[in-house]
Ligand binder design. Structure first.
Ligand code: F6P
Length: 552
């Protein structure tokens, strides 16, 4: 038994979870007029209603006790003060410093990082302003019309998601493109639509060693130079965002065109840093600063609000409750605003790369489940696809329903229908439909006897399916910033409870190493015998296809 599972608070959570596994949420609402109000919390333009969960006051008290017993507050304070809580890499974890106001002071190893953060931010704003106004010119003197962000993982998902989410606030004269994959199809089809003289590339890579990104950036540079009169065009069309100035210089990007950040910013927590440059160019300085301010407001909420009303803490505890108490293995994110369509993909990296761990900080193996599989799509599409399984399948899948109440670009009629569906789903998942209700309904339709009894079980909904509702006042930069910071802190709290390091990602390394070996084997002519039989055969097949293509 690890220290965590031996905790009385852990045992108490498990006991309550056993007691409430088959809880009747309908009855709980019927007998408690204040349930919705009591099990709701609100700040930063976000209302979290978590009343449609298998919970009561005693169970909630037990999970908050678990947060206290695992010292969530002390570790939070350590993180916010710049302590090296990323122990396997001996680094601070300070994405919160990226959105701290100019007047703040946050020290990493004795050095106040806030002035550096704002110095880079000011440079980014000045550069973005020049691109947006048309003052920044391409090699033939024309203004930039298209910006291509070349990056992957945290150097793609956050900026892409934010540009999509906040597109209503964007500059009308700029088009954004995101190239992440080393399937060259993506770069080729993107470039086919563009004019090199009016295209700006942002090469975004924290390490500047990522193979996919460097391969795409090299190809993009070749594409530019094939049209540009000379190599001086690179300085007008390429900027880099990285922590690795040496590698940026080696690649051939002038360091005057580089925007830096720091090793205390994790890739999946970096959209607030220079990695956010595409967001800043697309949305403009005021909107980008509003995004940072919204995230900062959530940081303040997280740092100062008692656990019982603390939005990220509540969401994290609910996750632990279902994963560890009730055996949930996945968690669905269901945004109803279409511009949030990249949110689930972004949260997959944020959550799964952070808490997809099975070793504790002290190196011991966990004896409990950690991060769930995060998945999702815009909810209204999900309704016509996989919601069947949510309503009547055998899996327990907790869900975050997210929608903005105010949605000016959607007609009143559309918005009414959208919100009606949004609200109906959480109610249906909670209430279900009982056999007696199905019987009455079928009888009213004229069905009776054997025919009715045969159909009845197919039309029963068990209900009691857990959901959180996150109601945003509107989808603007400030509230969106707060929403993302909310999820960041949720992930932090869960990682703290599970005792894992949420800020490293060693698990991505093995595949990268093997890919390097296999890539060289794909160009060799030696028979391939060094792998398992399956990989050897597949490799031979792939090699044949590559050889055939190079001979054609
Ligand atoms: O391979 C995973 C990863 O290291 C992520 O953590 C990171 O966001 C992504 O690759 C991209 O890394 P970089 O920004 O250094 O290119």
């Amino acid at each position: 038994m690890t220290a965590l599972t031996a905790l009385p608070a852990w045992q108490s959570m498990l006991a309550h979870a056993g007691r409430l596994r088959d809880m009747d949420m309908r009855a709980a609402f019927a007998s408690d007029a204040d349930r919705a109000e009591r099990f709701s919390a609100e700040d930063c333009g976000i209302l979290l209603d978590y009343s449609k969960n298998r919970l009561d006051d005693a169970a909630l008290a037990a999970v908050f006790e678990l947060a206290r017993a695992t010292k969530v507050e002390a570790r939070r304070d350590a993180m916010l003060s710049g302590a090296h809580i990323n122990s396997t890499e001996d680094r601070a974890v300070l994405h919160t410093a990226l959105r701290a106001p100019r007047t703040a002071s946050i020290k990493v190893d004795g050095v106040d990082v806030v002035p550096e953060v704002h110095a880079v931010l000011d440079r980014m704003c000045a550069f973005a302003g020049r691109v947006r106004s048309g003052e920044w010119r391409g090699y033939d003197g024309r203004a930039i019309t298209d910006v291509v962000n070349i990056g992957i993982g945290g150097s793609d998902l956050g900026p892409y998601m934010a540009c999509e989410a906040l597109q209503d606030y964007a500059a009308p004269n700029l088009r954004m493109h995101f190239v992440s994959t080393v399937d060259g199809w993506q770069l080729t089809t993107t470039l086919a639509k563009l004019d090199p003289a009016t295209t700006l590339f942002i090469v975004a890579s924290k390490t500047f060693t990522t193979q996919e990104t460097l391969t795409n950036a090299t190809a993009a540079r070749e594409w530019l130079l094939a049209k540009a009169p000379d190599a001086s065009a690179v300085a007008k069309h390429f900027v880099a965002v990285s922590t690795n100035a040496e590698a940026v210089a080696r690649f051939g990007i002038d360091l005057a065109n580089m925007f830096g950040f720091w090793n205390w910013v994790g890739g999946r927590y970096s959209l607030w840093s220079a990695i956010g440059l595409p967001i800043l160019i697309y949305l403009g300085e005021d909107n980008f600063r509003a995004l940072l301010a919204g995230a900062h407001a959530m940081d303040q909420h997280f740092a100062r609000t008692p656990l019982e009303r603390n939005l990220p803490v509540i969401m994290a505890l609910l996750g632990v409750w279902y994963i560890n108490g009730m055996g949930a293995r996945t968690h669905l994110v269901s945004p109803y605003n279409q511009p949030l369509h990249r949110l689930p993909a972004y949260l997959q990296q944020l959550d799964m790369e952070s808490n997809g761990k099975s070793v504790r900080l002290d190196g011991s193996h966990v004896d409990y489940h950690t991060g769930a599989v995060i998945w999702g799509e815009p909810g209204i599409n999900g309704q016509h696809a996989y919601y069947q399984l949510l309503h009547q399948g055998t899996e327990l899948i907790p869900i975050d329903f997210i929608a903005a109440v105010d949605n000016p670009k959607s007609s009143l009629k559309h918005q009414r229908i959208l919100l009606a569906n949004f609200l109906a789903q959480t109610e249906a998942l909670m209430r279900g439909k009982r056999p007696n209700e199905v019987r009455d309904e079928l009888s009213a339709q004229g069905l009776a006897g054997e025919a009715l009894e045969a159909l009845l079980p197919h039309k029963v909904f068990e209900g009691n399916r857990p959901t959180n509702t996150l109601l945003l006042d509107r989808l603007d930069p400030t509230i969106f910033g707060a929403l993302i910071a909310l999820y960041e802190h949720k992930v932090f709290v869960q990682g703290t409870i599970w005792g894992v390091n949420s800020y490293d990602q060693w698990g991505v390394e093995l595949g990268k190493q093997l890919a390097r070996t296999i890539e060289s084997e794909l160009t060799s002519i030696q028979p391939i015998t060094t792998h398992d039989a399956s990989t050897n055969r597949l490799l031979e097949r792939a090699r044949k296809a590559l050889v055939a293509r190079s001979n054609s």
